[in-house]
Design a protein around this ligand. Structure first.
Ligand SMILES: Cc1cc2nc3c(=O)[nH]c(=O)nc-3n(C[C@H](O)[C@H](O)[C@H](O)COP(=O)(O)O)c2cc1C
Length: 157
């Protein structure tokens, strides 16, 4: 019997937008959803996260580092100060995606800055190919996101 193909979405979200996108991917594309956690409390969460990112210290703890068994891999999170947030960059550094083809997503209020280029380069550096990268605005509604993911996201492989 053929082995069932497994899909996964790994992401970071501070304020909930990427939670919603990951929910849509998980439900519509039958993917295991893994939210990446960071340390810190309340208002300290963001500055602590940013300082750790600048110092290249551990920002996230990854429960599943080896993604080799997964067929479709979706990775995403928010843009912070024109870059992918540090948790997302740390996630990319810690997972094994060598030889994989991945789908990325980024969300921003209005300005994506250099985030797309930085994220694409980081994924390439880890030996993976970027199949596509979705940019979603924080204001984009769930119906529109679902439509784009289903139309552009289902026939990737
Ligand atoms: C520290 C910080 C920096 C941000 N920098 C940017 C930015 O450079 N450009 C932008 O358009 N939005 C920026 N935003 C807004 C977020 O990228 C946007 O609201 C995102 O959709 C939030 O995702 P989340 O709800 O999953 O955390 C920033 C938000 C935070 C908290």
């Amino acid at each position: 019997m053929a082995k069932k193909k497994k899909n996964i979405v790994m992401y970071f979200s501070m304020f909930g937008k990427n939670d919603k996108i990951a929910d849509i991917i998980s439900i519509e594309l039958d993917a295991l959803k893994i939210k990446i956690a960071t340390s810190g409390w309340g208002l300290l969460k963001i500055p602590l996260h940013m300082v750790k990112g600048i110092l290249e210290r551990d920002v996230v703890m990854i429960p599943n580092k080896n993604l080799q068994d997964y067929h479709r891999i979706y990775i995403g999170g928010p843009v912070w100060a024109g870059k992918p947030c540090p948790a997302l960059m740390d996630l990319i550094r810690k997972i094994n995606i060598k030889g994989k083809s991945v789908v990325l997503f980024l969300t921003a209020k209005e300005d994506f800055g250099n985030a797309e280029t930085i994220l694409r380069e980081a994924v390439k550096k880890r030996g993976a190919e970027v199949k596509t990268l979705f940019r979603f605005l924080t204001s984009e509604n769930e119906e529109k996101i679902k439509k784009r993911i289903k139309e552009e996201g289902i026939d990737f492989y």
